[in-house]
Design a binder for this molecule. Structure first.
Ligand code: HEC
Length: 251
């Protein structure tokens, strides 16, 4: 009997181990990006945010397309990727603090608010924050789907141009990596799927998109333009399929 109970509890423990850890990304970050890549992307977006917030006039121009929201959403995703990265110590700041500050900035409606919230983001990026944010975060809450799609759209155009001559393979590879990380948030955020029977298709297409972008980043770094183009085409098929079969279903 004792043995039976032991077996049962062992079974229970192993079943628990099979459950996904709450809040973790659907794929290990280390398989997608290095901490250096992630930090470089954060720095680029911080520079952009600095320009968007340089004056009240500059900020006003970002409102229509919610550009601050979009850039801050990317920072939040990259920061959470660092939190979940085994080499996170390479980043000289508390990535979870940066993530939370960036998520707060997304909601800013006035220049005054945005300026205040952006200084918290800058402080976190400079490593001056308290380190009090918890590591766990839900990937479907880091960015909004519409902003993420706009980012994907703009970046895809940049990638398409970059692919023609592949003069800056490192930059193009980082663009691919960034989109692969955003695709983690895509997979997690299923709120646009109105018919539960389509959930597996949503997952399949987000995973497909992500895997193609990961493979493309590798091909770009190896300067294999033909292979990179193949992966890019396959990734774009996932965009169209998802828009046709899920987003625009019944429209
Ligand atoms: C797994 C499904 C899926 C994939 C893959 C996908 N999309 Fe989308 N896309 C959506 C959904 C759902 C929306 C509507 C989101 C919203 O408006 O909040 C959307 C909206 C958009 C929009 C409009 C954004 C806006 O302002 O509201 C653009 C542009 C876009 N997608 C581009 C792309 C591109 C480019 C790709 C591939 C490189 C892509 N999408 C891949 C599901 C997907």
């Amino acid at each position: 009997m004792r043995r039976f109970t032991l077996t049962l509890s062992l079974l229970a423990v192993s079943a628990l181990c099979l459950l996904p850890v709450w809040g973790e990304a659907p794929q290990k970050i280390v398989e997608i990006a290095t901490v250096n890549d992630l930090v470089a992307e954060i720095n680029a977006k911080m520079e952009l945010l600095g320009q968007q917030m340089a004056s009240a006039e500059a900020f006003a121009k970002t409102l229509e397309k919610k550009e601050v929201n979009q850039a801050a959403g990317v920072v939040a995703c990259m920061a959470q990727a660092i939190v979940e990265h085994p080499d996170k110590a390479q980043a000289k700041f508390h990535a979870a603090d940066l993530r939370d500050a960036a998520v707060m900035l997304r909601a800013a409606k006035t220049f005054e608010d945005a300026t205040k919230l952006f200084s918290a983001v800058k402080e976190a990026q400079a490593g001056k924050s308290a380190g009090s944010a918890k590591p766990e975060a839900e990937w479907n809450k880091l960015t909004s789907q519409g902003r993420m799609m706009e980012e994907i759209n703009g970046r895809s155009a940049t990638i398409r141009r970059g692919l023609r001559r592949l003069q800056k393979p490192d930059e193009t590879a980082r663009d691919c990596m960034t989109l692969a990380i955003l695709a983690l948030a895509m997979e997690a955020d299923t709120h646009e799927v109105k018919d539960p029977a389509q959930l597996p298709l949503w997952k399949e297409l987000s995973v497909k998109y992500r895997s193609e972008m990961i493979a493309m980043a590798k091909a770009v770094r190896a300067k294999d333009t033909a292979k990179a183009t193949e992966h890019f085409t396959a990734a774009n098929e996932a965009c169209n399929k998802c828009h046709e079969q899920i987003r625009d279903k019944g429209k």
